[in-house]
Each structure stands twice: as structure tokens, then as C-alpha cells.
Write a protein that binds this ligand. Structure first.
Ligand SMILES: C[S@@+](CC[C@H](N)C(=O)[O-])C[C@H]1O[C@@H](n2cnc3c(N)ncnc32)[C@H](O)[C@@H]1O
Length: 234
């Protein structure tokens, strides 16, 4: 039976939610923690502001944003997988945060009015949606004028030699980790397929421009295995 990309992605995350955090660290050799820290440092989030984390999953970025904006600020996390959100809710509760609201929704149609947020983020989420441009335009729409949208995502390494090794790792080794640790080879194959199809740094910067963002900043991580893009709304 034919399954749309959206249905497949939804099933993948509903299935792996309990293993997601641990697998992230295994497959990226814990590098993702450093990338996330660096992105937050560059964003320099101010107290009392309002932020939205799209495709928030188990809520790590939403929690980091909530701690940065402080009790007088407000953070929303949005995801379409109820199981991922449940893991996120437990973490929010364990930290006693009252300024985070996790909501069930679709990144393709954000349930917020125009010009609502100072910061809009998406971490390892854009790769998963049916249409990258629709989501980037939605993120632009809900960003306030002068506010920023930030994407942290897998990217395409450019260094010859490293690039080839990376693709071998991603294609053949990483899904095996998935099979051994999360007992779900098929689900982790999705990660390598979606990462291979995702645009490189320059192409994504151009998509940010097309979505209406200006002053785009790009930062590659670990030889370009991942990249951060920041765009501002005029
Ligand atoms: C790889 S996880 C990233 C989670 C989290 N942002 C992080 O950095 O760890 C991707 C998340 O995107 C969510 N997702 C994928 N497509 C979506 C869509 N169209 N609307 C809302 N959430 C979506 C999945 O349910 C999953 O939780």
C-alpha cells in the first residue's frame, strides 16, 4: 500500500519515541549536544521573549528556550507525534517549567497568527516535512518583524574523502545501530534517506531567501554533517 511521506514520518516517530533521545547521542557520537549549545549561544535569546519550536519532538530545544526566556517569557513546542510529545511533557514537568506549552499540530499549517514570535526554531525537523518551502514560509509568517527563524539540520558534507566516508556510515552502519539499540532498522533507514535528500548549505540558504528571510547566517558543524541557518524577518 502506498504511504505518503507524512504518514511514514508520523509512524516512524510514534514508534521510536522511547528510544529517540538515546539514539540521537549514539548516532551522532554526542556531537548534536555541542551543535545545539553553539546554536543557542549564537541566538543570544533575551529574557521575556516569545519563542516557538516547530517539530519539537521530545522538547529539548523548547526546554532550552524556556530556560533562556525565563519565567516572564513564553515558549510553545509543536509536533505531530503524540508519543514524542509525551516524552517531552515528562521532561518539562520534571524541570518544573511553567512557561512551556507543548501542542499537537502540523508544521505545514502553524496554528498561530502572523507576527507572533521573537524566535522560531526547527531542529532536525525540516528534513521530515512533506514540503520544505511551505514550512519555511509558515515559520516566516509567524515570526515578528525583526525576529529570527533558526534551523539546525543534517547537511551535506563537502570535504572530499570525508563526504564518501560519511555516506557509507550513514547508509550502512547507522541503521544497524538503530536495529541493535532501538530494534527498528526500518525506522532508522528513514533518517539516512531523508538526510541524503535534504539540500546542502547554500541551497537551504537560498530557500530561506525565497521564504522572505534576510541577513541569512550559515554555520556548518563537524565538516558539514550538520548546519545551522538563521534568517531574520524584515
Ligand atoms: C528528528 S525529530 C526532531 C525532534 C527535536 N526537534 C530534536 O531536535 O530532537 C523530528 C520531529 O519532527 C516531527 N515532525 C515531522 N513532521 C512533522 C510535521 N509535518 N508536523 C509536525 N511535526 C512533525 C516528528 O514527529 C519528530 O518529533
Amino acid at each position: 500500500m502506498h504511504q505518503s511521506k507524512e504518514e511514514r514520518v508520523h509512524r516512524v516517530f510514534e514508534t521510536i519515541s522511547a528510544h529517540y533521545d538515546r539514539m540521537n547521542s549514539v548516532i551522532s557520537f554526542r556531537r548534536h549536544l555541542k551543535w545545539r549549545e553553539d546554536v543557542m549561544r549564537r541566538m543570544n535569546v533575551q529574557k521575556g521573549k516569545r519563542a516557538l519550536d516547530v517539530c519539537c519532538g521530545t522538547a529539548d530545544w523548547a526546554i532550552a528556550l524556556a530556560e533562556a526566556v525565563g519565567p516572564e517569557g513564553e515558549v510553545y513546542g509543536l509536533d505531530f507525534s503524540e508519543n514524542m510529545l509525551k516524552v517531552g511533557e515528562q521532561k518539562v514537568k520534571a524541570r518544573g517549567l511553567v512557561n512551556v506549552t507543548l501542542i499537537h499540530g502540523n508544521a505545514m499549517q502553524l496554528p498561530f497568527p502572523d507576527n507572533t514570535f521573537d524566535y522560531v526554531t526547527i531542529g532536525f525537523g525540516l528534513r521530515n516535512v512533506p514540503d520544505y518551502m511551505t514550512v519555511l514560509r509558515e515559520m516566516h509568517r509567524v515570526t515578528k518583524p525583526g525576529g529570527m527563524t533558526v534551523c539546525l539540520e543534517t547537511s551535506q558534507p563537502t570535504l572530499f574523502g570525508f563526504r564518501q566516508l560519511y555516506y557509507l556510515y550513514f547508509r550502512f552502519i547507522m541503521p544497524l545501530f538503530g536495529k541493535l539499540l532501538a530494534k527498528s532498522y526500518e525506522e532508522y533507514s528513514w533518517l539516512q534517506e531523508s538526510a541524503r535528500e535534504f539540500p546542502g548549505r547554500d541551497e537551504l540558504a537560498e530557500m530561506f531567501r525565497q521564504a522572505g528571510f534576510v541577513d541569512i547566517e550559515v554555520k556548518p558543524y563537524t565538516f558539514g554533517v550538520a548546519a545551522m541557518h538563521i534568517g531574520y524577518k524584515r
